[in-house]
Design a binder for this molecule. Sequence first.
Ligand SMILES: Nc1ncnc2c1ncn2[C@@H]1O[C@H](COP(=O)(O)OS(=O)(=O)O)[C@@H](OP(=O)(O)O)[C@H]1O
Length: 371
Amino acid sequence: MGCSGCRVRFNFGKVLSKVSVFFTMVLIFTYFFYCLTGLCDSAPRTLYSQRASDGNNDISDDGRRVMEDLRLYADAQIPGNRSAPADAQQVDADDQLPHHELDNNGIPVANTFGTKRFPQAIIIGVKKGGTRALLEFLRIHPDVRAFGAEPHFFDRFYERGLEWYRNLMPRTLDGQITMEKTPSYFVTKEAPGRVCTMNCQTKLIVVVRDPVTRAVSDYTQTLSKNPGLPSFQSLALKNSSSGLVDTAWSAVRIGLYAKHLENWLQYFPLSHFLFVSGERLVSDPAGEMGRVQDFLGLKRVISDKHFYFNQTKGFPCLKKPEGSNRPRCLGKSKGRPHPQIPTEVLLRLREFYRPFNRHFYQMSGQDFGWD
Ligand SMILES: Nc1ncnc2c1ncn2[C@@H]1O[C@H](COP(=O)(O)OS(=O)(=O)O)[C@@H](OP(=O)(O)O)[C@H]1O
């Protein structure tokens, strides 16, 4: 009797351990199943691990993947399912991929923590100034979250409304800054009034670069997409004998910084602007990032230790960001070789820009040393 009681207890114990092993296995399989279907992505992750998954060695150089990601993204975001292929073709690959919204397999990541806010700071220009480098450097900062592509809200998509714009933004936690960059805002007449309608306290960052080099860089980008483009000199000068500069050509007009700044100053006081030197962003990225962090009221987290000079690229690149074991340089469309332009054309342009540059130095209170 006593022994059969023991057997019953013994069997009961065996059954219990088998049942618990079975349930543990079920739990493990369920977890793996959820992870394989991507549902684990919505679990909380630290900001650094999110950045680690952004971390390509060469940011978004795979054009086809970028275009596909952009198409998926645009289809998901834009009301009426309209995608934005026209815009996608006009900007560099680096400026198209919303890095934050994709994991390292290119799968959209659903982050349900935090709040989508309007940007408190925008990089408004200038085209080819070094805006992508600045944004990518800023994203190392744990208190900065940025929309990866160029939203072009205040110039091209304003009619889609402020809620559409806010929805594009990544979620932020209290104390984090939301940012975006669209370099064409600086030269868009309506942009200052529209940004002010959103928030007149918005901080505005302008990366400026020697307007002559900027014009050549702009031309290089267009040439890369349209190899049949006429020569730089034939576009920059009305005719070679008069040497008159053609200000109707956008590559020239964008470099008239004083003129564009005047338009912005009708809506924002000078104290709302930070002018970043595109040249110093290359020669001393940590120094320039120190100024940017101060302007944004951020703790100085980004420093020398985040950069190294990549000899092959000829530009500063990011050392491994936390959580990633690979360094990061910008893609091939950033820092590419420029075609040879006749010296007399460059000199003529330099002479043309001189009074505008001087005026800009006075307005901004900074001498950028381009003359
Ligand atoms: N770290 C680093 N790596 C690569 N490139 C760098 C970097 N810092 C600044 N730059 C300069 O950025 C120029 C491109 O400027 P933008 O990013 O503003 O271009 S764009 O308007 O968004 O198309 C790009 O212009 P090009 O040299 O003509 O390609 C670079 O000179």
